[in-house]
Design a protein around this ligand. Structure first.
Ligand code: G4P
Length: 528
């Protein structure tokens, strides 16, 4: 293996931030980018803050797609590390998209509001991380406000998220009496000065907690800190690197993102601890990032990022080898060679042409409808990365076209939006309507708005009596034909042509499962 490849792999960190809306993800992202020199002005990321707004605001913001998209992958350099931060949509209705983005990261940072503790969306995202054992570092935010006691927050994380906590820093007071944090592994005190955004201080080294300097600096809170640390020594779990890597333990930091306090410590610990690009599973074998042969997969597609160009970008995670501009790769699903000539790399505020890229990097590929989520490209060996699924939708609507002459455009719009994974589209075997399926209902409204804006199609939707869907598989062709014949009214094809069973209840699905034991009813489907 080449030395350069090994070095490039070692210095890459590809991660996402998970949090409940309002916990401080945008603020933290911005501070991290400031440290990385990727932006030079506070406020630059704010416009992206779509997650917590009402639907109408969300769409208005989403329409300024230039902003939301250039920030969906943010690359920056910090110390000797090349960091790729992938944005995860925070709104719960986009959890499917979030899941797929998290398939492309090697670790995550979890942000928790110290006053609110563990909230619902954090819990859901944590479940997603657990499915892949993604290592997580925790940042407890907003210490400048009155919140829960640090021990209570840790207890809540352990109980609700079922992950062991190991504090690596400890807060001194909170709210008005917040004095700073004590870094437990560097044995350094960091004093807090509100509003001081460009702290350069390295912290004050306090080798022993008996040091009278502590009393000078903290007054009566020095004894509180001593008591806390004594308590922690006895009760807290010691940090075990392997446990962090296997996602059974999360190191915890405290701070205040808006005051840029504790962020540099977090970032330093992150680059030092977080794993470099990890091996990835394919249908046939594990692929190591240090393999010379280039490989990777598409985890996200975004259409019409630039309305003036009507382009579609496929987000591709490099899993092994080196990418060079113009290289030829095999598109295995189509069995074709394609040339990756105008790939883009995403910086915080701009896109730039990329000449070379390495495992862990995300490149944007121009897509004219030939690339789908889950597609694998390699230079030689036929491989297929696994674990990038479609999830069976839980909500359904029938699409009604206002102007029947626009049928072609409707078809095109729905198929393209389905390729993006924004929505799933089904064509029932009986009738000529389209049925949309989604994991969250906000997706329907966004789809209608995008059909109108991007495809000029005026459509509405109405309720339809489906509550659940399963993809159908059966190796026995005769049985499958019989099943199809007898259940025509409940069967549809999705945008990729896969047979799907649409049902009015889970109960009905179970009933059919028992009745047709040879038929597989699948909750997830991977593109093949
Ligand atoms: P999100 O992306 O997770 O949704 O959260 P975001 O960063 O937008 O932060 C949500 C709110 O919390 C913002 O206030 C932000 O300024 C505030 N915030 C973030 N970190 C801290 C912190 O350490 N301490 C305190 N006290 N507040 C913090 P906002 O009023 O909703 O928005 P804005 O007017 O400040 O933009």
């Amino acid at each position: 293996m080449s030395k350069q490849l090994l070095n490039e792999v070692k210095k890459r960190r590809t991660f996402g931030i998970i949090s409940h809306p309002d916990a401080g993800k945008t603020t933290l992202t911005e501070k991290l980018l400031l440290f990385g020199g990727a932006i030079n002005m506070a406020g630059a990321v704010k416009s992206r803050k779509a997650d917590r707004h009402a639907t109408s605001d969300w769409m208005a913001i989403e329409q300024e797609r230039g902003i939301s998209v250039t920030t969906s992958v943010m690359k920056f350099t910090y110390r000797d590390f090349e960091v790729n931060l992938l944005d995860t949509p925070g709104h719960q209705d986009f959890s499917e998209d979030t899941y797929r983005v998290l398939t492309a990261v090697d670790s995550a940072i979890m942000v928790i509001d110290s006053a609110k503790g563990v909230e619902s969306q954090t819990q859901k995202l944590m479940e997603v991380c657990r499915m892949r054992n993604t290592p997580i570092i925790t940042f407890i935010n907003k210490l400048d406000r009155e919140g829960l006691s640090p021990l209570d927050v840790l207890a809540e994380i352990e109980e609700k998220l079922q992950i062991e906590c190991t504090p690596l820093s400890w807060p001194i007071g909170m709210g008005k009496s917040f004095k700073g944090v004590y870094n437990l592994y560097q044995k350094r005190l960091h004093l807090f000065t509100p509003g001081q955004e460009t702290r350069s201080a390295q912290g004050i080294t306090i080798d022993s907690l008996d040091d009278p300097k502590l009393d000078e600096l903290l007054g009566r809170q020095a004894d509180e800190l001593r008591e806390d640390i004594e308590l922690l020594d006895g009760a807290a779990n010691p940090f075990e690197y392997d446990h962090y890597l296997s996602a059974s333990q999360t190191p915890v930091f405290f701070g205040s993102a808006v005051n840029n306090f504790g962020v540099r410590e977090l970032l330093d610990a992150f680059v030092e601890m977080a794993p470099p690009p990890s091996p990835r599973q394919t249908q046939t074998r594990m692929v190591e990032p240090t393999e010379e042969e280039f490989s990777g997969f598409v985890f996200k597609i975004q259409a019409n990022m630039n309305p003036a160009h009507r382009d579609r970008i496929a987000f591709f995670r490099i899993c092994s080898g080196q990418f060079t501009r113009g290289m030829k790769v095999k598109h295995h699903r189509l069995g074709k060679d394609i040339s990756l000539s105008n790939a883009t790399i995403f910086m915080a505020q701009e896109r730039a042409n990329v000449e070379e890229a390495w495992p862990g990097d995300i490149i944007g590929l121009h897509n004219h409808g030939t690339i789908k989520i889950g597609d694998t490209f390699t230079t030689k060996e036929e491989l297929k990365f696994t674990g990038i699924p479609n999830f069976a939708p839980e909500h359904f609507r029938r699409v009604l076209l206002k102007n029947p002459l626009k049928m072609k455009q409707l078809q095109k719009g729905l198929v393209q939006l389905a390729e993006e994974g924004a929505i799933q589209v089904f064509r029932p075997m009986i009738g000529s309507d389209y049925v949309m399926g989604a994991v969250g209902v906000l997706q329907f409204e966004v789809t209608m708005a995008r059909l109108k804006n991007e495809y000029g199609v005026d459509a509405v939707y109405e309720p339809v009596d489906y509550q659940a869907a399963r993809w159908i598989h059966c190796d026995d062709k005769k049985k499958l034909a019989e099943f199809e014949r007898k259940n025509q009214d409940a069967l549809a094809h999705d945008a990729e042509g896969f047979l799907t069973f649409l049902s009015s209840s889970e109960w009905m699905i179970n009933y059919h499962k028992e009745k047709w034991p040879e038929i597989e009813f699948m909750k997830t489907r991977e593109n093949v």
